[in-house]
Write a protein that binds this ligand. Structure first.
Ligand SMILES: Nc1ncnc2c1ncn2[C@@H]1O[C@H](COP(=O)(O)OP(=O)(O)OP(=O)(O)O)[C@@H](O)[C@H]1O
Ligand SMILES: [Mg+2]
Length: 369
């Protein structure tokens, strides 16, 4: 709609007054030309205070001012569009010095006597707060389920720990005997002491593994060697008497890397392996087969068992929290696992194992590597 400069000015004023977002109009020299009521509320400066002021000093945090100034300069000098026409997330400064997260879109208009920049600014603190809250709750849940899984395994872990400790006690008793001998059997001591030390190291290793699984931490994206993660997870999930009865086959190419949170990937694998072990309880054939491989632009990890398998109906409800069928166990292992995998842009689903039993498949995109 073509307008004369005067009616154009009125139109601009009308648009500013009725806009749902904060709208600021800036001249090419960086000063404020228009400032609507929502800007007044959001930033704390009235229109009459703001107009004519340098915009960057009013609403741009000091550390970002230089970038704003040079962006403007580059546009005026060389026509580089920078953020023009795009929507970005950034932070804005309020009169009281506090900062708020905002969504900003900058448009340009040449309809008036001079070039004007229109900035549409939306306060997204509520959205960011909600997103942070959800992320924190998810992290809590992930942590809780990890602690619960470890709790369920506490007795097997205690058993595992008992073995090296008992060995140390035996070696120390043998040391005493070697010392009491006449003459003291020093050569024997030289053998016994390193053997005892090896076992204390083994106990420390078990404790470290346990502690690593239960520390609370934010999800990180790091380069993880999938094969190593599987071996570690299987080592934790298969300790104890049930684990030793299971035939395990792990296949993966060397150096199969993904971007993931290492601890969370292990948690997912431990959940799946524990489920597989539990599903094979009482079955004659107990074969756990874990294979990791590249498939297109994804890395796949399939965890197969020869347990009781899954009915069609079960496959639907499996990932719903608290839908578990076990007396012990909270029924959250799979839902938490899926949440973890999806939060890192992957997928987790259940299928049937051709050999009988179930197969749980993880797909992790490698595109962002
Ligand atoms: N490999 C499997 N074979 C057969 N059924 C399975 C398998 N894995 C999971 N299930 C079924 O899915 C249900 C949900 O599993 P999920 O891991 O979420 O909970 P859970 O194992 O019952 O408890 P926990 O919270 O301790 O993991 C299980 O109770 C079981 O009935
Ligand atoms: Mg489970």
């Amino acid at each position: 709609m073509p307008t004369s400069p005067e009616t154009g000015g009125q139109l601009l004023a009308a648009v500013l007054d009725t806009a749902l977002d904060a709208v600021v109009v800036m001249r090419a020299d960086g000063t404020v030309f228009g400032w609507n009521q929502i800007c007044e509320r959001l930033f704390g400066w009235t229109a009459s205070e703001a107009i004519g002021q340098d915009l960057s000093e009013l609403i741009i945090p000091e550390r970002l001012r230089q970038a704003h100034k040079s962006g403007l300069e580059r546009f005026l000098r060389a026509g580089e569009v920078g953020i023009l026409g795009r929507q970005i997330e950034t932070v804005a400064l309020r009169r009281d010095g506090s900062e708020i997260p905002v969504e900003l879109a900058v448009m340009l208009t040449g309809r008036f006597q001079e070039i004007l920049f229109l900035g549409f600014i939306r306060d997204i603190s509520a959205r960011m707060e909600a997103a942070t809250k959800i992320a924190n709750l998810q992290a809590e849940l992930v942590h809780m389920s990890r602690v619960s899984a470890m709790g369920a395994m506490a007795s097997t872990l205690a058993h595992e720990l008992n073995q090296p400790l008992a060995a140390v006690t035996n070696y120390l008793a043998a040391c005493e005997m070697a010392l009491d001998a006449d003459p003291p059997a020093l050569d024997r001591l030289r053998e016994l002491i390193p053997a005892a030390r090896q076992n204390t190291t083994r106990a420390a290793h078990i404790i470290r593994r346990l502690r690593n699984m239960t520390v609370r931490s934010k999800a990180a994206r790091e380069r993880v060697d999938v094969g190593e993660a599987i071996e570690e997870a299987a080592a934790v999930a298969l300790i104890g008497p049930e684990g030793t009865q299971i035939r395990k086959t792990i296949t993966h190419p060397p150096q199969l890397m993904v971007q993931f949170d290492r601890m969370q990937l292990q948690q997912v694998l431990i959940n799946l392996i524990r489920n597989a072990v539990e599903a094979m309880d009482g079955c004659e054939r107990k074969h756990l087969r874990i294979s990791a491989y590249r498939s297109g632009d994804e890395v796949r990890i399939d965890v197969r068992d020869t347990g009781r398998g899954l009915s069609e109906e079960e496959r639907e409800t499996l990932f719903t929290p608290f839908s578990g069928t076990k007396e012990e166990g909270m029924g959250i292992g799979l839902s938490v696992s899926r949440m973890i995998v999806e939060a890192q842009h992957g997928r987790l689903w259940a299928a049937a194992n051709e050999e009988g039993g179930a197969c749980f498949c993880i797909a992790i995109p490698t595109a962002s590597d």
